[in-house]
Design a protein around this ligand. Structure first.
Ligand code: CA
Length: 516
């Protein structure tokens, strides 16, 4: 029968043959198979069975996903997950936002299937990804050495960059600052020399949409603000040990300088309170001079404000060299998200399910997961997936359009940076190329999976330690307190509060996880 079909197809057209073969390869089950799914994430609380992408995947694989999402009334994915676990009646697939911690905690207890062998035996495309990206499988593994979910894997490296009002520099006859001292002089000039030309000393030299990015200035004195794309995270130091940035000697020096800059009016006086609209407000009011923020969205202001502010030119510049002579960009995209999908213990079709997960790592599946359905949202042009003009020129952002058809949602898939590059503006592209050419990125701390005992130590001490660190940090920056004078007390308080115990469990987990 099969031979006959192929022969017939061969006679009809060679193109058809290729398609027929591809289709046959992707088919997982003869008879349609329904699998239930919990899919909870910020953009949608539930899985839409009418997604164009779902329908196409159904055609190709024979597997139908049926929505069985818990906690649809809440936008909090952790809450939804807790509800799901409490219900006991688990759907076949558990997917969405922040599933790494729960699957790593409850997987070893039997709630989710370990995927190591299933993938090795039935998911060659996923296995090929792990094999070509050493360290990542270890990073998502639980304390028992197994891994329990297939993550959403972002593509592209660069996230945030340093931005400056180039037109203000030009106006004041200044060059782009190349190091921390020059950056200080530039911010000082922004503050004192009225670059917006309204006769008022109203400029805000450094601002940040997320207040936490005031800590990015720490890098200028060779201290760290985080080890990952999560603020205030641990990092791995030069000796290969997990430490926290806010307990290091370099932090004392960095914070002293940030407090001084704040005192001199170089940092937004409302940095802690202005909130997420601060970038929008300070740029559109012609007040903000420099920040550290995402390439794509920050570069968008040149076009948005072109008619409003004459000569407005807010562009990425290279990170200023630190006091110790290091030029680096601390922020980057994380290679693995804690989002994705897992197979629950009650799933009666683990082999079919892992083959289905693998489908999304095939060329066809990956195009579908990234761009939507060929011919509907994109076309293949010279071997490249290219969005249709109506998608690129829509008032709605491309990512929002993708979410609506079921592409770029938080299933386990490998993102394709060509998806984003197509709608990244020219200034942002130039900035990314500048950063790329200067080799600025550093390794990220990808987290550890604590075992039960370690988790207990962490839960006992870490929340209050973190709160104390952030309290002192804010007080020191605002000038109510002096980091130099209080440093020894601070360090001994951290130790009394269990800092060393937390560091010990982090490191025992770290060496277990990354040793092999
Ligand atoms: Ca002014």
């Amino acid at each position: 029968m099969r031979k006959l079909t192929l022969t017939a197809a061969l006679c009809a057209s060679t193109v058809l043959t290729a398609q027929a073969l591809a289709q046959e390869d992707l088919r997982i089950v003869e008879e349609p198979l329904e699998l239930t799914i919990h899919m909870h994430w910020p953009r949608a609380q539930g899985y839409d069975e009418n997604y164009a992408v779902e329908k196409a995947a159904r055609e190709m694989t024979g597997i139908h996903l049926k929505d069985a999402t818990a906690g649809r009334n809440s936008t909090d994915s952790i809450e939804a997950m807790n509800l799901l676990l409490a219900m006991g009646d688990m759907p076949d697939i558990v997917a969405g936002h922040l599933i790494q911690q729960p699957v790593n905690q409850y997987g070893p207890e039997g709630a989710f299937l370990p995927l190591n062998d299933l993938v090795k035996e039935h998911a060659p495309h996923i296995q090929a990804f792990w094999d070509s990206h050493p360290g990542l499988q270890e990073a998502i593994s639980s304390y028992d050495g197994n891994y329990y979910y297939i993550p959403y894997l972002p593509d592209g490296e660069f996230g945030r960059a340093w931005y400056i009002r180039q037109d203000w520099l030009d106006k004041l006859g200044l060059e782009q600052p190349q190091n921390v001292d020059e950056y200080y002089e530039v911010l000082k000039a922004f503050r004192e020399q009225d670059p917006n030309g309204n006769g008022l000393k109203d400029e805000i030299p450094y601002f940040a949409r997320q207040w936490e990015d005031v800590n990015r200035l720490l890098n200028l004195w060779d201290a760290r603000s985080s080890g990952s794309d999560t603020y205030h995270d641990f990092y791995v130091n030069d000796e290969g040990k997990v430490v926290h940035p806010y307990a290091q000697e370099a932090y004392r020096v960095g914070l002293k300088n940030i407090a001084q800059w704040y005192k001199e009016g170089l940092i937004d006086p409302e940095i802690f309170t202005r909130g997420s609209s601060s970038r929008d407000y300070l740029l559109s009011e012609d007040l903000g001079g420099s920040t550290h923020d995402w390439f794509a969205s920050t570069s968008g202001y040149n076009q948005a404000l072109a008619d409003k502010i004459e000569g407005f030119n807010f562009i990425p510049f290279l990170p200023p060299e630190s006091a110790g002579g290091v030029r680096m960009e601390e922020h980057r995209r994380i290679p693995i998200k804690p989002d994705g999908w897992a197979i629950s213990y009650s799933n009666e079709y683990p082999v079919e399910t892992i083959k289905y997960f693998d489908f999304w790592f095939t060329e066809e599946g990956r195009l579908l997961a990234n761009f939507g359905v060929e011919g509907e949202t994109w076309d293949m042009v010279d071997g490249e997936p290219v969005y249709k003009p109506e998608v690129l020129n829509s008032d709605s952002p491309v990512n929002s359009q993708m979410y609506l058809v079921g592409a770029q949602i938080q299933r386990g898939f490998l993102q394709d940076y060509r998806y984003e590059w197509q709608w990244t503006s020219e200034p942002a592209r130039k900035g990314i190329e500048l950063y790329e050419a200067n080799d600025l990125l550093i390794d990220q701390f990808l987290g550890v999976a604590l075992n039960e005992e370690e988790q207990a130590v962490y839960d006992k001490y870490w929340p209050s330690l973190r709160t104390y660190m952030l309290e002192r940090q804010q007080a020191w920056i605002l000038g109510s307190g002096d980091v130099e004078a209080e440093w020894d007390d601070y360090v001994s308080t951290l130790n009394k509060m269990g800092y060393e115990d937390v560091i010990e469990v982090m490191n025992s987990a770290y060496s277990r996880q990354y040793a092999g």
